[in-house]
Design a protein around this ligand. Structure first.
Ligand SMILES: Cc1cc2nc3c(=O)[nH]c(=O)nc-3n(C[C@H](O)[C@H](O)[C@H](O)COP(=O)(O)O)c2cc1C
Length: 332
């Protein structure tokens, strides 16, 4: 069986990519993922906002630094130097991750607060040896001062600026909250995005019904959620969008991976399933894929990539959003 695939010009030995989370923020767990067969790793995102918060908190804690607050220029200087130190630390991490196994591409993930900083970080990360960049752009779509189109403009602006700065491939990991995914993806493709990762699954607030306060805990995805990327990958690859598509969210088992490839995905990114089933689960997913390919006489992924779309006469199956009587007539 040949499980190999390509993604944004990178050669992957199979379609399983580790998505960005703390699993990919630690060299030891990255090593384990690689040893169980991961074909590529998206490193834990570097968050500009978190860097600033960390630096601010450190300065506040440190009594002797209080003087800086009297001189705003001095404070700015200290803040920028400390940010650079954190970035340096991240760049060393990229280098170390890259040296684990040179045949496993390392994709670095960045999230910046201001549009201007993305290119600067991107360039340094490329210099540190990352094979590709995944832009974790997530502009919260509840904003009185920006229209939907202005939010989309910002996605495009960030992409253009980063593309000008680097020569490695650049993907964007989108969230599902757009008024029209068709237009935003068209714009990103026109402006040179090499890959789209559909979708990021954001932090979800919950309430404690005793304290009535919001609690923050890790909520992992469930396997049923894979129908979200399934629909959009089917629709976009049905339109032969000239950009590599990767499915993320709810890919827990081999079956979900197979389905995403059947609608045209180049690869999948997995996260929650590793927290829930352990890192060795990667090998099980790959075994399941091989068994299924053997059963169906497929020798390579291209033998069945997008094949399911041949069996749907139109996109209607994936565009339907209402449950209608027809569903029940078909079932019973
Ligand atoms: C604990 C945790 C941390 C995450 N951190 C990041 C991150 O730093 N950057 C990012 O782009 N996505 C992050 N994600 C989102 C995942 O990469 C992934 O897109 C999402 O969980 C959906 O995939 P899944 O269903 O396989 O979990 C995180 C998810 C979890 C559960």
């Amino acid at each position: 069986m040949d499980l190999s695939t390509t993604y944004m010009g990178l050669k992957l030995k199979n379609p399983v990519i580790i998505s960005s989370s703390r699993i990919s923020g630690d060299l030891e767990t990255i090593r384990q993922c690689v040893s169980y067969g991961a074909a590529a790793v998206v490193l834990k995102s570097i968050f500009e906002e978190q860097m600033s918060l960390r630096v601010e908190a450190k300065l506040k804690r440190s009594k002797e630094n209080e003087a800086y607050y009297w001189f705003s220029e001095a404070k700015e200087k200290v803040l920028s130097l400390s940010r650079e130190a954190i970035l340096e630390h991240y760049l060393r991490f990229v280098k170390a991750a890259k040296s684990i196994d040179t045949s496993v591409p390392i994709i670095s993930s960045i999230h910046c607060k201001s549009a201007d900083n993305w290119p600067k970080y991107a360039r340094q990360i490329e210099d540190a040896g990352a094979d590709a960049l995944e832009l974790n752009i997530s502009i919260f779509p509840f904003n009185n001062s920006m229209t939907s189109i202005e939010i989309e403009d910002l996605y495009v602006k960030i992409l253009k600026k980063v593309k000008q700065e680097v020569s490695i491939p650049v993907s964007i990991k989108l969230g599902p909250f757009f008024t029209n995914l068709c237009t935003i993806t068209n714009r990103l493709v026109d402006d040179g995005v090499d890959g789209l990762v559909l979708f990021n699954r954001y932090f979800r607030p919950d309430l404690d019904i005793d304290t009535l306060k919001v609690v923050s805990r890790e909520h992992f995805s469930s396997p049923e959620e894979m129908s979200l990327p399934l629909r959009w990958i089917a629709l976009l690859s049905g339109r032969k969008i000239p950009c590599d598509l990767v499915a993320s969210t709810g890919i827990h088992y081999d079956t979900a991976l197979i389905k995403q490839i059947l609608v045209g995905a180049r690869a999948v990114e997995i996260c929650s399933t590793l927290f829930q089933n352990g890192i060795p689960h990667i090998a099980k997913i790959l075994e399941g894929l091989e068994d299924w390919m053997m059963k169906h006489n497929f020798e390579k992924l291209d033998d069945f990539r997008g094949k399911s779309l041949d069996f749907q006469t139109t996109d209607a199956r994936f565009e339907r959003i209402q449950y209608m009587k027809r569903d029940f007539e078909e079932i019973f």
